[in-house]
Structure formats: structure tokens, C-alpha cells
Design a protein around this ligand. Structure first.
Ligand code: FMN
Length: 166
């Protein structure tokens, strides 16, 4: 069904900005809506690393969690020690009206752990009754040098979310 438009929400957690850059590029290419997942408290770097090991969830600020007016969710997350960050786990827990909806995952990382996070998010969203349609992996280095637009386009096409041509 390439070329079909489906109403898509991008939900992005990004601590240092890499995942947000990819998410905004995908949003602009698709014409999707976007919501940013943000923690209530901003831990310092050391505490963040510690909390990543110790905490499954972190309190997040209000953002779009109701999927009732969307067909598809793109969940965009960095890799933290081969895991999804606690804020992403909390977002998934708060997602509602998502049963039967499609989803894709965007991951960014320095070099490793992409598949671990994709599988973790995939398992959790499938448990909520959602249908996996694809994933994209973006390296920190390619984002930093601004060389990600073509690969973002490939991601959009790979999950078949391109708007129908007018
Ligand atoms: C706490 C923490 C853990 C990380 N763990 C990994 C890792 O396991 N593998 C990896 O390749 N990069 C790791 N990184 C690097 C980030 O995944 C990478 O820089 C990512 O693009 C950051 O996204 P953001 O700028 O949207 O926050 C880690 C970064 C942080 C802060």
C-alpha cells in the first residue's frame, strides 16, 4: 500500500537533541504530528546514568498519549545502555486508545544497542495490541554532521507512510 497516507503521531524522547533532529525531519517529510516526551525532573549526567540502571520509569510532563485520532505511532528514542530510557517506558505505559494501531520505532545511538531497544519497544507496544511496521537506526555521528535527510527519507519510505502524491 505504498503511497497511502495514514495519520501519524511521532512521539520523541531526546536528551541531547539527536533523536529530535531525526524526528523533526521525518515529521516534515510526512506531514505528521509530533509530541515531545520530557521528564518532569532533569537529572544531571551522573544521576541520569545511574537512574538509567536503577529505574524502569521516570515521571514525564503531559504530552500526546491518546491515539484515538491517529492510525500510526512512530516512537523515537535514543539507546541508553542497550535499553530504552525510563521516560520512554513511562510514555508507553500512558499510551491509550492504541489497540489495533500501527507503529514504527526510530532509534539513535553512538554505535550499538539498536536492536535491543527496537525489540524492547516492539514487545511493549505489541502487548498493548499495536502492529509493528518497521524501524529506523541512526548513528549519533551521522546526525551530528547533518547527513541524515536521505536516510530519514528511506525510513519514511520503508514504513510506507509517504503521503499520496497530489
Ligand atoms: C545514559 C546514556 C547511555 C547510552 N548508551 C548507549 C549505548 O548503549 N549504545 C550506544 O551506541 N550509545 C549510547 N549512548 C549514546 C546515545 O544513544 C546517542 O548519543 C543518542 O543519539 C542520544 O540521543 P539524544 O541526543 O536524542 O538524547 C548513551 C547515551 C547516554 C546519555
Amino acid at each position: 500500500m505504498r503511497g497511502d497516507f495514514i495519520k501519524t503521531l511521532i512521539a520523541c524522547y531526546s536528551f541531547t537533541g539527536n533523536t529530535w533532529k531525526i524526528s523533526e525531519e521525518v515529521k516534515n517529510q510526512m506531514g505528521a504530528d509530533i509530541t515531545r516526551i520530557m521528564t518532569v525532573e532533569q537529572p544531571n549526567w551522573d544521576m541520569k546514568c545511574m537512574s538509567e540502571w536503577l529505574e524502569e520509569r521516570a515521571d514525564i510532563k503531559p504530552c500526546t498519549t491518546d491515539m484515538s485520532k491517529y492510525d500510526c505511532l512512530i516512537l523515537a528514542t535514543p539507546v541508553w545502555a542497550w535499553l530504552a530510557p525510563p521516560a520512554v517506558n513511562e510514555y508507553i505505559a500512558q499510551l491509550k486508545n492504541c489497540k489495533g494501531k500501527k507503529f514504527a520505532v526510530i532509534t539513535t545511538a553512538g554505535k550499538c544497542g539498536f536492536e535491543d531497544v527496537i525489540n524492547e519497544v516492539k514487545d511493549k507496544l505489541e502487548q498493548k495490541g499495536m502492529e509493528f511496521i518497521g524501524a529506523g537506526k541512526f548513528y549519533h555521528a551521522e546526525i551530528s554532521c547533518g547527513d541524515y535527510r536521505t536516510r530519514a527519507k528511506e525510513f519514511v519510505e520503508s514504513v510506507r507512510l509517504m503521503p499520496a502524491p497530489v
